[in-house]
Design a protein around this ligand. Structure first.
Ligand code: PAF
Length: 287
């Protein structure tokens, strides 16, 4: 695996791969990699011959009171982790390589999909995500790009952006990877103390309660969300920001909940904001 830090070096490498007829796959990340990211690399490898993984902690997607400064950064550790997962090129630019003028006055904006769920609480976040992903798409020009389902809203927005702005890139969404106790892997889990990590398990329990209500036949969003909320409220270490049930494409709340709809949750555990979601799997029994 080769590591490059400039767009010029990146394009040279991609040019050679393309000349050799190789299909290019991109896995955009902010580093602090875990098994979830590594499985995105495996997915990229299944869809492409040449996998490029980018690591860039994007300042545009962090609010002023958020964790940009303390976001975990360890390039050597990350490089070690992905080198055995079929990644051909690690692209790890510095901020001034990506934003030579300090920022990007031109942004990608998605008012409808970007202002619901997490967007209600993180103004400007998805504009920052879409802008950096559009830049990475233009830098790499991959055939496909892989994102994790844990960031459900991000995945929907990127799929829409790729379609609406005609990037011609297949957006692939990789499943959520969980520890055996159910907690969804996240770079931000590193902020949690042992007690907080224990409290954080309530998010997965809440999604399981929603799934159980659905499997028992409930199709009223209020009933399914009630089951999830009751579970979260029973855990004193968790402050719920939202629990919603949505269509994962439109992000709209359905009148009646069906298979394939997603239950999404965001909550604070201490000062750490965690998100998780679950796609409802099995139709409820017909009364
Ligand atoms: O999911 C992430 O890690 C980031 O939001 C992304 C897609 C790499 C953009 O900075």
């Amino acid at each position: 695996m080769k590591t490059v830090t400039t767009i010029g070096q990146l394009r040279e490498h991609i040019g050679r791969a393309r000349a050799a007829g190789r299909r290019v796959g991109l896995v955009p990340t902010m580093g602090a990699l875990h098994e979830g990211h590594l499985q995105l690399c495996d997915a990229a490898r299944r869809h492409a011959d040449e996998v490029v993984l980018s690591i860039f902690v994007n300042p545009l997607q962090f609010g002023p009171a958020e964790d940009f400064d303390r976001y975990p950064r360890d390039l050597n550790r990350d490089a070690g982790l992905v080198s055995s997962r079929g990644v051909a090129l690690l692209f790890a630019p510095e901020t001034d390589e990506v934003f030579p003028n300090g920022s990007s006055p031109v942004r990608v904006h998605a008012p409808d999909l970007g202002n619901v769920l997490c967007g209600r609480f993180r103004p400007g976040h998805f504009e920052g995500v879409l802008t950096i992903v559009a830049k990475l798409f233009n830098m790499v020009r991959p055939d496909c790009a892989v994102f994790g389902q844990k960031d459900l809203q991000q995945a929907s927005l990127i799929r829409r952006m790729a379609r609406d702005l005609d990037f011609g890139i297949d957006v692939i969404v990789g499943r959520i990877v969980r520890d055996p106790d159910g907690i969804a892997l996240s770079s931000r889990n590193a902020y949690l103390s042992a007690d907080q990590r224990h409290s954080a398990l309530a998010l997965h329990r809440a999604l399981s309660a929603a799934q159980a209500a659905f499997a028992a036949g409930a199709d009223d969003p209020a009933v399914i969300l009630g089951a999830a909320r009751a579970t979260l409220e029973a855990e004193p270490g968790v402050a719920t920001q939202y629990v919603e049930v949505v269509d994962p494409e439109s992000l709209a709340t359905p009148d009646r909940v069906g298979r394939g709809h997603a239950v999404a949750v965001a909550a604070y555990v201490g000062s750490t904001r965690l998100i998780d979601n679950h796609i409802l799997e099995q139709a409820g029994s017909v009364p």
